[in-house]
Design a protein around this ligand. Structure first.
Ligand code: 15L
Length: 272
């Protein structure tokens, strides 16, 4: 059984993947925020020593760790630029060839919603966060071309048990479909460098995901059965830019609430 490191394992996507992939691989879960699990190792990937420690002896890495929305540059720089470099470089030094890198729809979020885009389009990030994902894609390309590492880049839409709004009807991916894609990224022997879209088989998709299909992806889910319920609840936002571009609110917002920050324990009130 392959040993697979998942960084950022306590986040939303990490939690779904840890559950879906348990039993298929020997998982090593890692994050800054500790969880109680026998296979968990605490690490801050903005420190190279930590990145070297957690990547030692694994067959593949699913590098989810980092800042997962738009936010202050300093946070994105540490987690997504320095952190990503450290993980890829640590993998290289430890002889780990295979990395699955969940990049994001926000690497290409400034394409309009009336365009269907494939894996060859030039990046059009919609945020500093999107730029950091383009950095990861470029770093992956370098590490394939220069060092022969094997990179599977998944531009993830939105992982959720159900699609939550109009935009997500086009970019939704179910937990079992993302697990299927990640497994292809870990197991397919002939991968050198690939970009695919992390979406279910949505009828409303903005992506031509034929590269994923070529590599064996057969999505089991489609957002369409949820469409009526989702659309009935949605009110127009009045934000013409957000509604015209694939990245939605990321195209105009300077900050989107960071789920990682929300999980910080609340400060205790001072006793008087
Ligand atoms: C992302 O890249 C984020 O990581 C996730 O939290 C969602 O906001 C998603 O995009 C989205 O576009 O819905």
């Amino acid at each position: 059984m392959k040993t697979v490191l998942i960084t950022g394992a306590t986040g939303d996507v990490g939690t779904h993947l840890a559950r879906e992939l348990a039993g298929k691989y020997q998982l090593r879960l890692s994050d800054k925020r500790p969880i109680k699990a026998k296979n968990f190792v605490k690490a801050d990937i903005s420190k190279m020593a930590d990145a070297l420690r957690i990547t030692k002896g694994v067959d593949a890495i699913v590098h989810l760790g980092g800042y997962s929305v738009e936010g202050p540059w300093e946070g994105i720089l540490q987690a997504n630029i320095i952190g990503c470099y450290n993980v890829f470089e640590a993998a290289r030094r430890n002889g780990v060839k295979r990395i699955v890198f969940p990049t994001s729809n926000h690497a290409v979020g400034f394409y309009r919603r009336d365009r269907t885009i494939d894996d060859h389009v030039y990046p059009r990030p919609d945020s500093r966060y999107g730029v950091s994902k383009v950095f990861g894609e470029a770093l992956g390309r370098l590490y394939t071309d220069k060092y022969g590492m094997e990179m599977f880049m998944i531009r993830i839409g939105n992982v959720n048990p159900k699609p939550i709004d109009r935009r997500r009807l086009s970019i939704w991916i179910s937990p079992r479909d993302i697990a299927q894609l990640v497994s292809i990224g870990i197991d397919r022997a002939d991968i050198k460098f690939e970009i695919v879209y992390g979406v279910s088989g949505n009828q409303r998709s903005w992506y031509d995901n034929s590269n994923a299909e070529r590599l064996g992806y057969r999505p089991q889910d489609d957002s369409e059965p949820y469409a009526q319920e989702v659309l009935a609840k949605e009110k127009p936002s009045g934000n013409a830019i957000a509604e015209s571009y694939q990245g939605g609110i990321f195209c105009t917002a300077e900050e989107v609430p960071n789920p990682a920050a929300a999980q910080k324990p609340a400060k205790k009130a001072k006793r008087k």
